[in-house]
Write a protein that binds this ligand. Structure first.
Ligand SMILES: Cc1cc2nc3c(=O)[nH]c(=O)nc-3n(C[C@H](O)[C@H](O)[C@H](O)COP(=O)(O)O)c2cc1C
Length: 358
């Protein structure tokens, strides 16, 4: 049997990944004032112990009003960088690479944590929430707040905030940074004509709608060390007529590549509440395949990847350079160790667990 590709190493810039299994960013709604808590150390640490090559911290806001819920993680001060350094240290001790996704929630911000069913779709300003900003004053859905339309100065500040968060991420010890340009959050709201109806330099043409994404990427690449990889997660399609779609994504990927983005993490959706998404195993992998082929850039596939042989096939068929797993790694943090066994790869287990390997 040939050595499985899933357990082959990958080098991007100066960083070596021991395999192709990446922990997809997952909000935990367990931060205090944006700071990670013990929950983060144990949750992220377990996935590093479990053998993933890259552990990406959840969508982490570049400013307080960039959070989804008030319990979201943030990276807007030295205090946040210092708090995250405990998490990055532990992940590195396990031989994994620590990464973080930096984000701004836009019109989908100021919402309660998902398990709080009592307080409607928005947390009001007098209860720790805020009026969410967006490119245009169009609510995500009827029961969401109507956002405040951002000024040009607001958009310029968001790009600067992404850059500042990159500097803080470096200080915290992260070695991979992922820009969150997907799932109907702020940058995606600028990209998609469904949420962006501006008449200025940030709206209308594709170039104008991409302006914030490119400015944020440029600002980040200036702060983020040359030797460290930069990823961007995009929604490759809105799954909605008149919305953002695959050809736009391929164009965006080309521009991002020119600005020093190394890998496109190909997700989809999140822009409109009632999109018809054909869910099924690997349903977003065709986007990764197309972006990889057309924009000639490294890609990650994500979405309902749960089986070792499925992940291996995606790589073997040239559809992606790495796989991001989310829910399967919540069900089983040791999935990479189990997948190695299933595919016949001999990977080291943590020395503390060696007696269980047999
Ligand atoms: C609990 C949870 C939190 C999530 N939070 C984020 C996030 O912070 N950023 C992001 O880009 N995607 C987020 N996602 C989406 C996942 O990263 C992933 O793209 C999606 O779950 C599909 O992959 P899966 O089928 O392997 O779960 C989240 C998903 C879950 C289940």
């Amino acid at each position: 049997m040939n050595a499985p590709l899933l357990f082959s190493s990958l080098k991007i810039r100066g960083v070596e990944f021991k395999n192709r299994i990446f922990v997809s960013p997952m909000c935990q709604y367990s931060s205090e004032d944006g700071l990670p808590t013990d929950w983060h150390l144990v949750h992220l640490g377990s996935r590093a112990v479990g053998g993933a090559a890259l552990v990406v911290v959840e969508a982490t806001a570049v400013s307080p009003e960039g959070r989804i819920s008030p319990q979201d993680s943030g990276l807007w001060s030295e205090r946040h960088a210092e708090a995250f350094s405990r998490v990055t240290r532990f992940i590195k001790e396990q031989g994994a690479v620590p990464g973080i996704q930096i984000a701004h929630a836009g019109r989908k911000g100021s919402t309660p944590v998902p398990w709080d069913k009592s307080s409607g779709k928005n947390v009001p300003p007098d209860k720790g929430g805020w009026i969410p900003p967006a490119p245009s004053p169009i609510a995500f859905d009827a029961d969401y707040a109507v956002p405040r339309e951002m000024s040009v100065a607001d958009a310029e500040k968001v790009a600067r905030d992404f850059g500042k968060a990159a500097r803080l991420a470096r200080q915290a010890g992260f070695e991979v940074l992922e820009l969150h340009f997907a799932h109907g959050y702020l940058v995606h709201e600028f990209l998609s004509p469904l949420s962006n109806q501006r008449k200025d330099a940030y709206g209308g043409t594709l170039d104008n709608r991409m302006r914030l994404a490119l400015a944020a990427a440029e600002s980040v690449r200036r702060q983020w060390p040359e030797e460290f990889p930069l990823f961007a997660r995009i929604s490759a399609t809105d799954w909605s007529p008149g919305g953002w779609d695959l050809p736009d994504s391929i164009a965006l990927a080309g521009w991002l590549k020119a600005l020093g983005v190394d890998l496109i993490d190909c997700s989809s959706g999140g822009m409109v509440p009632h999109a018809k998404i054909p869910l099924g195993p690997g349903y977003q992998t065709p986007f990764s395949e197309a972006v990889r082929r057309e924009a000639k850039i490294l890609t990650g596939a994500v979405g309902l990847i749960t089986e070792p042989s499925q992940a291996e096939d995606i790589l073997a068929q040239g559809k992606a350079d790495a796989v991001f797993l989310a829910r399967e790694l919540l069900r089983d943090p040791y999935w990479p160790l189990h997948a190695a066994k299933a595919l016949g790869a001999d990977v080291p287990w943590p020395k503390q667990y060696e007696r269980a390997k047999a």
